[in-house]
Design a protein around this ligand. Sequence first.
Ligand SMILES: NC(=O)c1ccc[n+]([C@@H]2O[C@H](COP(=O)([O-])OP(=O)(O)OC[C@H]3O[C@@H](n4cnc5c(N)ncnc54)[C@H](OP(=O)(O)O)[C@@H]3O)[C@@H](O)[C@H]2O)c1
Length: 237
Amino acid sequence: MKLKNKKAIITGGGKGLGKATAIAFAKKGIDVAITGRNEKILKETVAELKAIGVNATFEIFDVGNYEEVKQGIKNIIATLGCVDILVNNAGIAAFGSLNEMEVSKWTAIIQTNVMGMYYVTKEVLPYLIEKNAGDIINISSTAGLNGNANTSAYSASKFAVIGMSESLMKEVRKNNIRVCVLTPSTIATDMAIELGITDGNVEKVLQSEDFAQLIVSALELPRRAMLTNASLWSTNP
Ligand SMILES: NC(=O)c1ccc[n+]([C@@H]2O[C@H](COP(=O)([O-])OP(=O)(O)OC[C@H]3O[C@@H](n4cnc5c(N)ncnc54)[C@H](OP(=O)(O)O)[C@@H]3O)[C@@H](O)[C@H]2O)c1
């Protein structure tokens, strides 16, 4: 598929995997709307995207707040005119035993990673259905394939992302909408470094741009072909 002049929305696009994906998209000529809660990093990233030569914009909203999501997506569509690609990337993580993690923290992980993805998808989907074309890429995790001690909230959220994505894929392929769920292992971003699960060694550990390359490759498949899921691991961390 030719990507030039397509329009994409990337949640959590100001930094980490979302930012790397936004930059990879811009290099392919895709106009990008990025979202998040931190205005400063969103503005800086939009400036970088514009310098590459595409239209870029940002919207500030909490993906876990449905009223904010509705308004934010409406504003993006008013600016971009339409949307072809949605990358549901925004997410949070925290580790701790089910017994000890505070209810508010456990709930926030589900609200952001699951409800946030549902709210954004629900608001964007009608535009893709109307076009009878589109791509939705949802970011899960290897933690969405296996539970481990101290990952109950994060694993529950990322398992849910896989289930939601598979159901949606089966609902909307008849509308020529491709739905893909990705399950990356540890990638050197603020999230992974703050969780203490990697030192981010560039020689060894997956970098955000590696992940962005996988997303671009999935989108470039002919429209008759749909990558439904994929894992990406460091070769020898
Ligand atoms: N890094 C890894 O090892 C790894 C592995 C597997 C899966 N993942 C998944 O990949 C995605 C991106 O992670 P990352 O490593 O790039 O993390 P990151 O650097 O911490 O970035 C997370 C992004 O999500 C946004 N975000 C978080 N909560 C939000 C909310 N309530 N509303 C709106 N935006 C929100 C943040 O924006 P603001 O701060 O501006 O709100 C930020 O742009 C996540 O879904 C994560 O679970 C990461």
